[in-house]
Write a new protein. Structure first.
Length: 228
């Protein structure tokens, strides 16, 4: 049901005697986690225009996924729920593609339901409301995209330094993102990121599309030109 330039394509599915094999589009390049680590180790930040481009393309993919419908035109209610730098592929030609829909939440999915009090996804990128309630909505993906934008702009990793999962989740829920590293970021761009990563889902952008529009508007004075 997902066919978009910013989503890795499913090429084929083969049922074998020993399991199911899935063939996905090969994207020659790097994942965003590798790029962020390279920059972090060299104390470098991503230029705002480049950071904005990456996140706008991620949001285009999320818009498409969130709007997906079944054969009867009914919403599939897709939430990726694991939006983090390692699932963002960057091709050598500059294309940005979202992958790894293995943890996706969707209406009618044939799989075992998540057990109570168990959360799925990379701990440091989980939305605080998901940690607290396990209730999922597109807002959780908006939050993940906001964290990626923060890391690109600041050159810092969110909630880094502690390896204890419980303490990380407590910091996400009680303290939220430390926006100090965004002090040198243009004000409108920093404001967009603060809203996207707000601990209260009611204060975040209502959709990936709304966040994309706000981000493009904040980037416009910096010379960013939308690809659409």
């Amino acid at each position: 049901r997902l066919n978009h330039a910013n989503i890795v394509k499913l090429q084929d599915i083969v049922e074998g005697a020993d399991g199911t094999y899935v063939a996905l589009e090969y994207v020659p390049g790097r994942d965003l986690r590798e790029v962020l680590t390279y920059l972090y180790e060299r104390h470098r930040k991503t230029p705002p225009q480049s950071a904005g481009y990456v996140v706008v393309e991620i949001l285009r993919a999320l818009e498409h996924a969130h709007a997906a419908v079944d054969g009867l035109g009914k919403s599939l209610g897709i939430v990726h729920r694991d939006v983090n730098p390692s699932i963002v592929l960057m091709s050598a030609e500059g294309a940005i593609k979202l992958t790894d829909f293995g943890l996706v939440h969707m209406r009618g999915r044939i799989s075992q339901p998540t057990a109570p009090r168990i959360v799925k996804g990379k701990i440091r990128y989980l939305a605080p409301d998901y940690i607290e309630t396990q209730n999922l909505s597109a807002s959780a993906d908006v939050y993940g995209a906001g964290l990626i934008l923060f890391e690109l702009l600041s050159g810092e990793f969110c909630f880094a330094g502690d390896q204890d999962a419980v303490r990380i989740m407590r910091a996400i829920v009680r303290e939220g993102v430390d926006y100090g590293p965004l002090e040198s970021t243009p004000g409108p761009l920093a404001a967009v990121d603060r809203r996207a990563t707000n601990r209260d889902p009611n204060e975040r952008n209502r959709s990936a599309g709304e966040l994309r529009s706000a981000l493009e508007q904040a980037l416009a004075p910096l010379g960013y030109v939308s690809s659409t």
